[in-house]
Design a protein around this ligand. Structure first.
Ligand code: ARG
Length: 584
């Protein structure tokens, strides 16, 4: 539709070009979704651009353009009306177009809006990426949920997507941890005892060992030296060091995988930082060859001059850094998958870090064909402050997820469709509602915004929430189920009332909305979109009879609308990673 509009505007603009004598090219025309049905479906600000060229009023130019646009015969076909408002030109889709779009939804089912692109482009999404020997935090939850949904979106839009969980499983901190485990837990123990101790480790224990190390090192600086030695041993594949490190990794992965299973999140690869251990040397050499390394206090840095602060590449004790591993990671990804795009879904506190990384990649001449994006997410807090219980105790992510599930159970008891559910079914559904509610809540904010977790909002059956959408879909499906004996053909009389036409219009902008979301990588636009569709449908459902509508024609039309709505809801829920329920 954007193309149609651009053509109409272009045609009109060319007609006034000789009158006003301005330079003009079609690619100057921009067309946007209005986001407000009173202002039409699409809008263009072209009058402002043209008015500026000829020092005239945009209002006047808009009026002139509209007069012309309305005189073109094709305008009538595509648009119910085209009007000017505050200098903008607003386009309202015609019933004909709406009808076609609804029919297309109907026909393409769950593939509506799905794309195939040739040649296929590849995107690598770096998401979740928690750190070994540390608990899986709420920040990593945000990255996991957003990353997975971005993954789903690109896939839907025809990309080849590689999801990579870049685990923090390497670095000098492991020297500290290994030292502490050796000295606190394993010293003087025989092999069998050691094995038992290692097997019984938990993430909490690992975390406290790490804290202990720092406490002890404050009064005994020698410990830092010991830790360095252990990290060196690890880098040299010393058996004892590797064994302890592997235990830390396994203990952590066990917990992480439990969370991923609960969240139903999957990765194509989980290479992790350790994977790049043997790939850093080459990068160092390349940096050296390209004269990008500088020595500073015995360490090696990349100097970005005025542009950015320098980045530490190799520490003074020759230990490798997170930055160097990220460079090696980037090189590997570029060579292995030849992506056009790499998205890093990592906290906003690493913004400067990624600016440095991307700048370094540019200096290395690596990224001519690939775009690098850091989607930096904001914080999640409770109303009373940082992520902890009301009393200030830290709270584990799994507990948060479980609270959501148990709150969801209460909701099920309240809904009108809960009848006939067995206890077992209720438990499964509670899990699906509780987890989806958290996902939706996170996705409904712009990634940069901070989120204040609020159970009322997360699980609000009447508001912009996961359960509300799941419930709307259940409602659609149960209407369709009751009507399944009716055969409805695709060709129907199309004469929607106001609310029905709003639903159709919302459905008709689904595809361009997906484009916009991809362009901005902002999934909150998708939750906004689908919340509006669901709200419109629910209003319609409350206001008009469907199966008891006056005429057969009307019944069939309303069913068709219900069907189209349910399909869009299903598609969106899938992209957002929410569970689709048939009962609730
Ligand atoms: N493990 C890191 C952290 O928790 C995030 C890694 C993000 N990905 C990357 N390629 N640096 O802070």
């Amino acid at each position: 539709m954007e193309e149609v509009i651009k053509e109409l505007i272009n045609k009109a603009a060319l007609r006034i070009q000789s009158k006003y004598q301005f330079e003009f090219e079609e690619n100057e025309i921009e067309v946007f979704l209005t986001g407000d049905d009173k202002l039409g479906d699409y809008t263009s600000n072209i009058s402002f651009g043209l008015a500026k060229k000829i020092s005239n009023s945009p209002f006047k130019i808009a009026e002139e353009l509209i007069l012309l646009i309305n005189s073109f015969p094709e305008t009538n076909y595509y648009f119910q009306k085209v009007e000017a408002a505050n200098g903008f030109i607003n386009f309202f889709l015609s019933f004909k177009v709406l009808e076609q779009e609804i029919s297309e939804v109907f026909k393409s089912g769950l593939k509506y809006g799905q794309r195939k692109i040739f040649p296929r482009k590849t995107a690598v999404i770096d998401y979740s990426s928690p750190n070994i020997a540390k608990t899986f935090g709420i920040g990593h939850l945000r990255s996991t949920i957003i990353g997975q949904s971005i993954y789903n979106l690109y896939k839907y839009l025809g990309w080849k997507v590689i999801g990579d969980n870049h685990l923090g499983d390497w670095g000098t901190q492991f020297g500290k941890l290994i030292y502490q485990i050796e000295n606190e837990l394993l010293k003087g123990k025989n092999q069998k005892e050691k094995k038992k101790i290692l097997e019984s480790l938990t993430i909490d224990k690992l975390e406290s060992l790490y804290v202990d190390f720092h406490r002890l090192a404050k009064t005994n600086p020698q410990l830092e030296e010991e830790a360095r030695k252990w990290f060196k041993k690890l880098e040299e594949k010393d058996r004892e060091a590797v064994r302890i490190w592997r235990t830390c990794v396994n203990v952590s992965l066990k917990e992480f995988n439990r969370i991923y299973k609960l969240l139903n999140v999957k990765f194509d690869v989980s290479l992790g930082e350790s994977f790049y251990e043997d790939k850093m040397k080459k990068v160092l050499e390349e940096l050296k060859d390209k004269k990008l390394l500088k020595e500073s206090q015995n360490a090696l840095i990349i100097d970005f001059e005025e542009k950015l602060p320098p980045a530490l590449v190799l520490k003074s004790d020759k230990a490798t850094t997170y930055f160097l591993r990220d460079l090696a990671t980037l090189k590997y990804r570029l060579e292995k998958w030849k992506p056009s795009l790499i998205i890093y879904e990592v906290g906003i506190d690493q913004t400067l870090y990624f600016e440095q990384l991307f700048e370094a990649a540019k200096m290395l001449n690596w990224t001519n064909s690939a775009k690098l994006i850091h989607l930096g997410h904001g914080l999640i807090r409770w109303p009373w402050g940082k992520f902890s219980t009301r009393k200030g105790e830290t709270i584990h992510l799994e507990e948060v997820l479980n609270i959501s599930i148990s709150k969801a159970s209460e909701i099920i008891e309240k809904t009108e469709t809960k009848r006939n559910l067995s206890e077992k079914e209720k438990n499964i559904i509670a899990k699906k509602i509780g987890i989806s509610a958290i996902k939706y809540n996170i996705l409904s904010y712009h990634y940069k915004s901070d989120i204040i977790f609020d159970w009322e909002k997360i699980l609000n059956l009447k508001g912009n929430s996961g359960p509300y959408l799941q419930y709307t879909l259940v409602r659609c499906l149960s209407v369709l189920e009751k009507a399944k004996h009716l055969k409805f053909k695709n060709s129907l009389v199309f004469n929607p009332n106001h609310l029905e036409s709003l639903i159709c219009r919302q459905i008709a902008i689904f595809k361009p909305t997906l484009n916009l979301i991809q362009e901005k990588n902002s999934l909150n636009l998708l939750t906004d979109y689908v919340f509006k569709l669901a709200s419109l449908y629910n209003l319609f459902y409350q206001k008009y009879p469907i199966l008891k509508a006056e005429s057969k024609e009307e019944i069939l039309f309303r069913l068709k609308l219900t069907q189209a709505t349910s399909q869009i809801l299903k598609i969106v829920l899938k992209i957002l990673g929410l569970d689709i329920l048939t009962k609730m």
